[in-house]
Write a protein that binds this ligand. Structure first.
Ligand SMILES: Cc1ncc(COP(=O)(O)O)c(C=O)c1O
Length: 436
């Protein structure tokens, strides 16, 4: 049935007036394709929003959700429980880097980030270091849209309209540098020393006031910024030196996006707290999770007053039965179909295809890691944001979905993508760049 009223739905992160003037809606999804209401197929170059890692409509996930809905649609996890939440937490700890051995469930990446920040501050208070309340984020970071997330985040437009935000926040510099690292394949060799800015912030604020540093191991929503070689290692060691917790926001890098279970696994740097969402349920049911170091969990269990709630935090839908069923089935699909292994293998082909765009008009950088690519256009192009949007629109017309984020085109396809899809994505983008 055609929709006659597009007005009532206030669409998130959307130019509502522009979209509604020429709306094309999606009616179905399967594998790496969406179907539009005009019957056309659209190759999903963004895995939904970095979330449909195993491809759309995986039968096992769909069946698990249906079965769960019929059996136990809802039960609270406040002083109650159901097997799904315990089982998924257990299974997650089997694939997470040790010692991330405990899981707090949320419903989204934004909630995972806010939860992680609250855990960090409450942990220090329990240890008798209640002065450690300061949080350090990074310029250009995206940590969702909660007040915690936008406070430690660094995307200016997401922050400006919302007042002074949380107090006691500071930011590391971002790691992007066209002069030193443009067209790097994978991790740039330049930039590890940028982590030393944390020493500067410690000097300024004193370690006794700093609870945690939060970074995306690979920054996505700002246009794909790949961590320089050695950078995360250096952050880790400075955090250790001053007993500052290191939080990785792996909301998009988790669950195979980089060709390994987590960025932490790939890069060999383990955070104290990890924020997760998206690929946790393959996007099929909203869900997030926060993985914490055993020592943090043990501190809550040992230091909080006995027989009382250890952490005054949670959501009505934390550990929701449908999300847990989807998560359990998703982890099985990842393993049975070796989806992370496939992502790793095809990422070399992906890298070559992405870098084949070098030399096309306006491109000043191409960045890639795993199955992610960012293509940056020259800021000196007049109206560069409109230019990238125009290219993305032209791609849409030609049957592929890519995202325009500022001066960048960003790609993050389902991890089941094959070479022919890679060719179609980058071939179409090249054509679109030439005509725009
Ligand atoms: C790194 C990162 N953190 C947090 C979020 C927020 O997740 P959500 O939109 O599920 O709240 C996102 C979303 O893209 C993200 O990329």
């Amino acid at each position: 049935m055609p929709i006659t009223d597009l007005d009532a739905f206030w669409m998130p992160f959307t130019a509502n007036r522009q979209f509604k003037a020429n709306a094309q809606l999606v009616t179905a999804a399967q594998g790496v394709y969406y179907t539009l209401d005009n019957g056309h197929q659209l190759l999903d170059g963004t895995a939904g929003l970095w979330c449909v890692n195993a491809g759309h409509a995986q039968p096992k996930i769909t069946a698990a959700i249906q079965k769960q809905a019929a059996q136990l649609d809802y039960v609270s996890n406040f002083q109650m429980g159901h097997t799904g939440a315990f089982q998924l937490a257990h299974n997650l700890t089997k694939i997470l880097p040790s010692p991330l051995g405990h899981i707090f469930f949320t419903n989204s990446g934004s909630e995972s980030v806010d939860t992680a920040l609250k855990i960090a501050i409450a942990y220090h208070a329990l240890r008798g270091e209640g002065t450690r309340t300061r949080l350090i984020g990074r310029e250009r970071a995206y940590h969702g849209t909660g007040f915690g997330g936008i406070s430690v985040g660094g995307i200016v437009k997401n922050r400006i309209p919302f007042g002074p935000l949380l107090p006691g926040i500071d930011h590391l510099p971002h790691t992007h540098n066209l002069e030193k690292a443009a067209f790097s394949r994978g991790q740039p060799t330049w930039g590890a020393a940028l982590a030393d800015n944390l020493e500067r912030l410690v000097e300024l604020h004193d370690a006794s006031t700093i609870a945690a540093v939060i970074v995306e191991p690979m920054a996505g929503a700002t246009g794909v910024l790949i961590p320089p070689q050695g950078y995360l290692e250096r952050l880790r060691s400075i955090c250790d030196k001053y007993s500052i917790l290191l939080i990785f926001d792996e909301v998009i890098t988790g669950f195979g996006r980089l060709g390994a279970p987590f960025a932490a696994t790939l890069l060999g740097v383990t955070p104290d707290i990890m924020a997760l969402a998206k690929g946790l349920t393959n996007g099929a049911v909203p869900a997030g999770a926060v993985a914490v170091h055993n020592e943090i969990y043990d501190t809550f269990m040992n230091k909080a007053p006995r027989n009382g709630i250890e952490f005054f935090h949670g959501y009505t839908y934390s550990g929701h039965p449908l999300a847990m069923a989807a998560g359990l089935a998703t982890l099985e699909v990842y393993q049975e179909q070796d989806i992370f292994g496939h992502a790793k293998v095809i990422s070399a082909y992906w890298e070559d295809a992405a870098h084949s765009l070098r030399g096309l008009p306006g491109i000043v950088d191409i960045r890639n890691l795993g199955l992610v690519a960012g293509i940056e256009f020259d800021n000196k192009i007049k109206g560069v944001y409109a230019h990238t949007a125009k290219i993305a629109d032209a791609c849409f017309e030609k049957g592929i979905l890519v995202r325009a984020l500022g001066a960048n085109l960003v790609l993050s396809p389902p991890l089941i993508i094959e070479k022919k899809h890679v060719d179609q994505l980058f071939g179409t983008i090249a054509d679109a760049i030439r005509v725009c």
